[in-house]
Each structure stands twice: as C-alpha cells, then as structure tokens.
Ligand binder design. Structure first.
Ligand code: ZN
Length: 420
C-alpha cells in the first residue's frame, strides 16, 4: 500500500477518537507492541508497549540498554476533531420529521456539516464494558434552508444557531422514544437494553480522497489531527531507537481544552512515563532528571496560506502545501516552541532529509493553541510545535497536501531514532 493510501485507510477507519485510538492500537499490536492494562500495577514492562484510556493512547519503544535517566523522545498529537455528538435522549422531531438531538463538540465550521450524508460512530457503554460501533451508513442529514426561503444567504453568510438549526433529520413520521437506542444497538449487534449510555459522533461518510490535477492534495474529515496521529503511529511502529525511549501520546479532548482523563491536561502521559521509569529502577530524582533531559514534538496541523484570503496570513511566515511541515512559533506561548526546541526540530528535519517551513500568525489575528504548551507545562519537557499545513481547518472535510504527512512521518521516525 502506498503511504498516502495507508493514511487514507487510517482516516477512513477512524471516524471517532475511540476509533483512532483503536486503529493505532491495532497497528502497533501488528508491529509487535504489547497492550498493558492501566488498572493493574506493571511488574514487567515490555520494550515495545502501549496503553489506552478511552480515545487516548500512549505508546513507547525503549532502546536496548536505555538507562533510567536517558531521554524520552515524545511525539504528541490529538485524536479528536470538532463534530456533532448524539445527546442522551436524541429522539425528537416536528412537522412529520424524525430528528436527532445533537450537541456541538469543539469549534466546527458549522456550515460544513450542511447537506452531507452522515454516519454515526463512537463507543457504547454496556455492563461488560465499552463496545466500539461504526454505523457507516448514510442515516442522517443537517438540511440547509432553500435559497428561496433565505434570499440574502450568499451576501450575508450562513448564520446557524447551534440549538435551532443543526438538528439532523433521520426519517419521517413521529419521533418515538428509544428508537435511536434500538437502532444503534442493532448496528453494534446488541439489544437496546444492553446499551446503557454512549459517546457518539456524527461523521461525513465521504471517504478520504486524493484530488488535484496531479493528485497532490488529500481531502478528508479529521485531518486535524489524525494526520499527526497517523504519522506518530507509523513512526513508532517502524522506528529503531538508538538511545532513550520513543514515546507517542495521542490525547483526546484537545478541541475542548484538554482537561480530561485522556486529555493533555490530564495525567495519562505522566503516569505512563512514571511507570516506565519505576520499572527501569529509577528513583524520583532520576525521573525528574530524565524529564528535564527529554524533548517533545507536539504535532498539530498548521494553516497553509489560502490564495483567496492571503491577507489573513503573516506575509513572511505563510506555509505552503507540500513544502514540508511547519515549525509553529508564538512568543505568547500559544505554541510551546523556543529557540532551542525550534533548532532541535530543524536538525531533525534536516537529518530526515525533509523540507520544513515556519508559521507565525499575524499580530492582529488570534492564534489557536495545541497540546504543546499544556504538555510542556505539566511535565517540564522542552517542546516544539510543528504541523502539516492545511486549508479548511475544522471543516467536516479538510484539505492538505499528499507529501507533507509523509514528510512528517519520516521526520518523526528520524527523531525517534535519536541520531540527529
Ligand atoms: Zn488540532
């Protein structure tokens, strides 16, 4: 499978954060990594292993003979993307339509969810534990109002009230309590009574596609930030660490601030690192020394310059698609990059033989943030923010280049190798 086809398979197989964690887990398991249970103490820690907490995954590969204070080479990314989530009592409707009550997750471009064929994916809670479900069938649609009933829409823009205008249709007739529960249970091979609760995303069923005159672009949902999850997983699966320990941390809940059990603001990465250190025989002083000697590449997509809106970009720092991942800088610490960590990233990119660019936002334009500053703040690890340039960030269907994700995976593999 070509590398871009492999990325497309990752994206199409990961319609929710829990699926992204499962896709990465399956790929690591196939590469010889052992999954450990976070609810038990670890006696023997494998050289190559991983854990999952909901939609988050932390994986590692220790170099032969790595000592307790040898550095960690950490890559961070996030599995979640803005979307519509199904509410616990979803069966609603009016005027002969059946509808699903949904909650807006994160900051999606709301208009991009209009008039798409939507499936449902996520996790169902049962007495026996969580069950992944992907109802990959066109079941729902947020229908846009006809232009005849909204004459100014092209001049004034689409204005969508999150409560009133985003409720998807999913049939005709009278809404019946319990109908959605029975439907999603059947999609998972369960009875309605077995499904106690859920975390479910609506998603655009259109598969990832290579587009452009010469196939140089990739269109898909969830490029932010599953491109980075794919690159991190690919790199960890194939890397050969010469020193220290390669670590990937695929966090959940970045789009809503990262404060959760599986978010970058939570303890999931720190706890794994501490368990690895303890298993290697380190005491607390050695663990703290190890953190201070370590580094982190926080990977999250960047804004490519948009030719129709070039004035929205800082003139000297506008990344271009397929010219390499961007090192992202913001001295107000929306990004964690410092001169030292930027220089490290440059050495990694150059050792990997891949191009790189620099992104800085305009002074009069607010800058998004990433898991980078949060991880750096929690753990005291020097961090650089990097990312693949893309357009249409937070759309239900985003756009990036076909070369930059491969460059990012190549650079991460070199970084994990430890010789740069
Ligand atoms: Zn992101």
């Amino acid at each position: 499978m070509s590398t871009v086809d492999d990325l497309r398979a990752y994206l199409d197989g990961s319609p929710s954060p829990w699926h992204a964690a499962a896709t990465s887990a399956a790929r690591l398991a196939a590469a010889g990594f052992t999954e450990l249970d976070v609810t038990t103490p670890w006696a023997d820690v494998p050289v190559k292993g991983f854990v999952r907490r909901g939609g988050a995954l932390v994986g590692w590969h220790r170099a032969d003979g790595a000592g307790p204070t040898d550095p960690l080479h950490v890559v961070g990314a996030h599995t979640d993307s803005p979307c519509l989530r199904v509410k616990p009592r979803p069966d609603t409707g009016a005027h002969g339509w059946k509808q699903l009550a949904v909650e807006v997750y994160g900051g999606p471009l709301l208009n991009s969810w209009l008039d798409r064929d939507l499936g449902v994916a996520g996790t169902l809670a049962t007495r026996d534990g969580a069950v992944l479900v992907d109802a990959a069938t066109p079941v729902a649609r947020v229908a846009q109002l006809a232009i005849h009933l909204d004459r100014d829409v092209n001049e004034k823009g689409v204005v969508l009230d999150k409560q009133q205008h985003l409720t998807p249709l999913w049939g005709v007739g009278a809404a019946r309590d319990g109908e959605f529960r029975a439907w999603i249970a059947a999609a998972a091979g369960l009875t309605a009574d077995e499904v106690q609760a859920w975390d479910l995303c609506l998603y655009d069923l259109t598969p990832a596609a290579v587009i452009g005159a010469e196939g140089e672009l990739l269109a898909s949902g969830r490029l932010d930030n599953q491109v980075s999850c794919w690159a991190a997983t690919t790199a960890l699966a194939v890397c050969a660490p010469a020193r220290g320990t390669a670590v990937i941390a695929l966090f959940d809940h970045e789009e809503v601030g990262s404060d959760s059990v599986g978010g970058a603001g939570g303890p999931v990465l720190e706890h794994v690192l501490e368990r690895l250190a303890v298993a290697a025989g380190a005491d607390r002083a050695q663990f703290l020394a190890q953190l201070a000697a370590s580094s982190c590449i926080s990977a999250d997509n960047a804004h490519s310059v948009h030719p129709n809106y070039a004035e929205r970009h800082e003139p000297g720092h506008r990344p271009i698609v397929n010219k390499g991942p961007a090192i992202k800088l913001n001295h107000n610490q929306r990004y964690a990059t410092s001169a030292g960590s930027a220089a490290m990233a440059q050495r990694v990119f150059e050792a990997a033989g891949v191009p790189w660019q620099v992104f800085v936002s305009r002074n009069n334009m607010p800058c998004g943030s990433t898991i980078g500053p949060i991880t750096a703040t929690r753990l005291g690890i020097d961090t650089v923010d990097v990312g693949v340039p893309q357009l249409s960030m937070h759309s239900a269907r985003e756009l990036c280049g076909t070369e930059d994700p491969v460059s990012l995976a190549t650079a991460m593999t070199t970084y994990f190798g430890g010789t740069w």
